[in-house]
Structure formats: structure tokens, C-alpha cells
Write a protein that binds this ligand. Sequence first.
Ligand SMILES: Cc1cc2nc3c(=O)[nH]c(=O)nc-3n(C[C@H](O)[C@H](O)[C@H](O)COP(=O)(O)OP(=O)(O)OC[C@H]3O[C@@H](n4cnc5c(N)ncnc54)[C@H](O)[C@@H]3O)c2cc1C
Length: 389
Amino acid sequence: MTAPIPSFDTLLNSIREVTTTVAARHANEVDAQARFPSETIAALRDAGLLSAPVQQAFGGAGCSMLQLAQLCATLAQGCGASGMVLAMHYIQVACLVRHGADDAFFAEYLRDLVKYQPLLASMTSEVGTFGDTRSSVCAVERQGARFVLNKDATTGSYCAHADAILVTSRRDAQAPASDQVLVLVKREDSTLTQTTSWDTLGMRGTCSPGFRLESSAPVEQIVPGAFGDIAAQTMVPYSHILWSALWWGIAADAVNRAAAYVRGEARKNPGTVPPTAMRLAEVSAQLQGMRQQWQASAQAFDQASEQELLDMAWALRLNNLKIACSDAAPQIVHRALQIVGVLGYKNDSPFSLGRHYRDVLSASLMISNERIAAKSASMLLVHKDTLGI
Ligand SMILES: Cc1cc2nc3c(=O)[nH]c(=O)nc-3n(C[C@H](O)[C@H](O)[C@H](O)COP(=O)(O)OP(=O)(O)OC[C@H]3O[C@@H](n4cnc5c(N)ncnc54)[C@H](O)[C@@H]3O)c2cc1C
């Protein structure tokens, strides 16, 4: 008998429960020890949340972009690193949902994803490509019905904890750097050797050091189509929207802490409005503006046709969203810190904001804003319909 498909409300209630009872409880320890949030991911798996993007025809909940963004934003309010892991996992699942569903192997894999809830990681970065996800050095070497794929990744979030990794690679040894495919590499088909450390300012629980991947698997595990199309239609939109949502979640928790602090101040002097309340009102307006940005982009994505997603206007809109939200999140946390003061600066206070501050600093680096702005700059030279963005 197949399990009933959970409604979105059920998933949202489940993730709220996981956020407060598991993720938030372990967040400080995950951050301090730079360890993987294994309890949170186990709880997400138990609640069937890892298959939320899988289409209903395969037994998943078939969540829309807006719904996935809400799930990531909720979890990030308890633990930013967990929110980032969930977002990165959803991005990978979405690539298979949108580009593999017509293929017999991937259709079966998606059904299994609902049953077994595997965690998927991503390996787009590579030594020698200097941050450009749209080029690869490594190449798929086909040997009959199998392939060999070896890659030196600079940054591989939670790869050591994942059940499978989606790896970008040149199509074959003769292909130019930009002629890429996306390959599903399962844990049992690969060996991973950690090559660098992950002792960072923030997002410490994502456990993202460099890895040397060596793998061999059946050629059916190569996702059909060109990675260029998968990136434009799925990986980039899902990344920019889900990341923006989780950065908002971290900022929202910072503002919640500031609000709790201000209410505490107000209780000390009944009948007066503390001066920090004015600054709370200002930062809550900025937080609301940030939420409206990712929600509007998610809704527009859910309504857009595949053709529209390839349009330059869409690429510009997503670039603008990523840059705006990655700029806004640190500003909002900074303003929350000014409201709370030294109790926010302390690491051991209930109003502590250090982890939030450090986590959101990753936003502008994770695909560098300079790189994204440079791409937008060249598009704007030829794209005339700027009012329609
Ligand atoms: C928390 C986190 C998790 C990550 N997880 C993963 C993962 O799971 N898998 C994965 O493959 N990768 C992951 N990455 C890596 C990420 O995808 C990028 O590859 C990486 O952030 C880029 O690194 P970089 O800053 O060295 O490179 P670059 O983008 O090359 O930037 C280097 C410098 O060059 C500047 N620069 C770049 N392009 C331009 C330009 N056109 N004009 C002006 N200046 C420019 C930048 O501003 C920056 O100062 C993760 C990164 C972070 C922060």
C-alpha cells in the first residue's frame, strides 16, 4: 500500500515542530563545533520533508517554489545551517524532478526518494574553474555501460553526510569547459577524500570543505540534457529564491530576538515606549520588504512558462533578488544587534546574535555578488525592456 501524500499544511506544521524542538535546540552546538546538524536532518527525513519537491505522480508532495521557500525560511529561523542544507537538498531534488522525470532510471529514483528520503548534496565548484559554475575541468569517461568521474571540488557542503551528490562535469574528455552534464553519484559508487578544512565564520554546520571525488557508476545516472539548460531553468532559480528565503529566516529570528528584548525593556517601565521600539519598527519594515521580494519571485516562478524562464528578463530578476536579499540580511541582523546591544553581542545570552550575523555574511559570497553583478551588467547592455523586470 502506498503512503498517503502529505498536504502542504501538514509539511509546514511538521517543519515548525522540527524547527523549535530539534533545530533551534542544537543550533548553537552545531555552530560552535562546526558539526553537521544530524538530528535535524534525521527529523526532516522522519517527517517525509526531504521529498517535498517530488511530483505527486511519484508519491511526493509536489510542493511549489513558494511552498519550498516557506519550508526553508521556517527551518532557518531555528538554525541557519540546517536551513541552508535543506535548501541545497531541495535544489538538487528539483533538478531531478524537472529534468529527469521522463527518464526511466530517474523516475524510479524519484519514487525511491519518497520512500527512503535520501539527502542529496551538490558539487559544482572545482579547483581550476575559479568560482564559475558554468565550466568544468573534470570529464565523464564512458567505459561501455559505466562511467568514471573524478573531481577536485573546492567546496562540498555536507558531502560526507549525503546519500548522493549531483556533480557537474564536462560531457566527455573532448568537450569544451562549458559543455557540461549533471551526474548523480551515489555514496556506494564513490570515495571521498577531504582535501581542505571548513573552519569558517558562519554556516559552520554545512560542513563544506574541499573534496576529491572518485566514482564509477552506470551511465544511466547521467541526468538527460545539457547542464546549461538545467542551470538556467532550475538550479539558478531554485538557488536564488530558496537561499533568499532562508537568509530571510535567519534575519527574521534576529528581529524576533530584538523584539523580545524590546518587550522586556517595555515591561520594566510600564506605560512608556522604549526608544529601541522605534528602531524595531524600522527594521521590521525592512524585514517585511525582504520577505515580499522572495515571495513575489517564488510566485512569479510558479506561474512562469519554461520559455519565460530562459528569457534574459528572468535571469536579471533572479540576479537582482540574490543581490538584494544577500545585502539586506546582514543589514537587518546588524540593525537587530544595535537594538539589543551588548546582550546581542554576547555569545551566551538568550538575545545572542553572533551566529545569525556570521551565517548571513556567507550570502554575498555564495556565488559572489560581484560575479552576478558582472553578468547582469553585460545583459543590461543588450536587454532593453528593463521596466518589465
Ligand atoms: C556556505 C557555502 C556553501 C557552499 N556550498 C557549496 C556546495 O555545496 N557545492 C559547491 O560546489 N560549492 C559550494 N560553495 C561554493 C560556491 O558555490 C562558490 O563556488 C564559491 O562561493 C565561490 O568562491 P570564491 O569566492 O572563491 O570565487 P569567485 O566567485 O571567483 O570570487 C573570488 C573573488 O573574485 C571576485 N569576482 C568574481 N567574479 C568577478 C567579476 N566578474 N567581477 C568582479 N569581481 C569578481 C569576487 O567578488 C571575489 O572577491 C559554497 C559556498 C559557501 C559560502
